[in-house]
Design a protein around this ligand. Sequence first.
Ligand SMILES: C[S@@+](CC[C@H](N)C(=O)[O-])C[C@H]1O[C@@H](n2cnc3c(N)ncnc32)[C@H](O)[C@@H]1O
Length: 310
Amino acid sequence: MGNILDTCMKRNKGGEFKYRDGRRYDVNFDPLVPGLDKKKLVYPLPNDEDEMDRLDIQHYMLRYAYQGNYCAPVTDLLTKRGARILDAGCGSGIWAMEMAQDFPQALVTGIDISPVQPRGQKPPNVDFQTVDLTKLPLPFADGTFDFVKMRFLILGIKAEQWTEIIRELARVTKKGGYLEVCEPSLAVHEDQKVMQEIMGMVAPLVAARGVDTQIATKLKSHLANCDLLSNVRETSRVIPYRRFPEDEGLDRLSQLVRQDAIMAQAAMKPVFVMRGMPEEQFDDQIRRATEEMAVSKGGMRSHVVWGMRI
Ligand SMILES: C[S@@+](CC[C@H](N)C(=O)[O-])C[C@H]1O[C@@H](n2cnc3c(N)ncnc32)[C@H](O)[C@@H]1O
């Protein structure tokens, strides 16, 4: 395990990164609370291979839970030649690449603050750009995309930025096209005592970074209040944490959600250790949270909200 204070900057052909305690971060990552330095990122998670694996696991989990890659009624729109799709905050790029494969006539653009998506091995109709979603306006003309999707940006956007970012994503959506946003709830079931302890530390920490930990339940009003959108709809899913020995499919799904939740907590380790928590204590908490999840009655709730551009 590397020295937690041993931060180094490395250059890579994709961009600049920062390394802490064996994890790789965006160059503007700040493990402490970003202060007045506006260049520092709100987002507290790494962007290395382990994190890309977690995002892929999360993607398969959500695709199964929602039985597809989107909820908005966009299939006909996206089947047209030259249809355009935007994935805002695309992470590993897996959603964008699957959409490119499913809609070979469409052109898919994935944007993210970190240049970590495949630049070589990818479908020819997908392209990735390094764009900071919080620096508006986005580099796209009004009405560029038939479908705009943003998923799990809860930790990357400050509470006061949601209204303007939703409106900006609506601005770049074509009239008659759709904007769809998906976010998780960070609520923890009462039988998850260890996870409650962890979230008791994580929630104030991310709130201090400006994050709205309740954004999932406010998405519908954000879209409904946007003057560029109408026909706003919402659906949600709870993916259970416990084991399902009697059902192979559910057991596999719950294994994915447990893996995702534990890997996400583990990804916060450098942030906690920098703030003084002994490593052994952190590792022990993660181990106990893992055991507890396998028998919990709780689950991960997420909300999907979509609206049509008018
Ligand atoms: C939890 S991941 C979700 C990735 C993807 N949407 C998915 O569902 O698999 C959040 C992503 O948002 C990106 N992100 C955070 N802050 C950002 C910003 N200001 N601008 C653009 N992307 C940002 C991170 O780099 C990360 O890839």
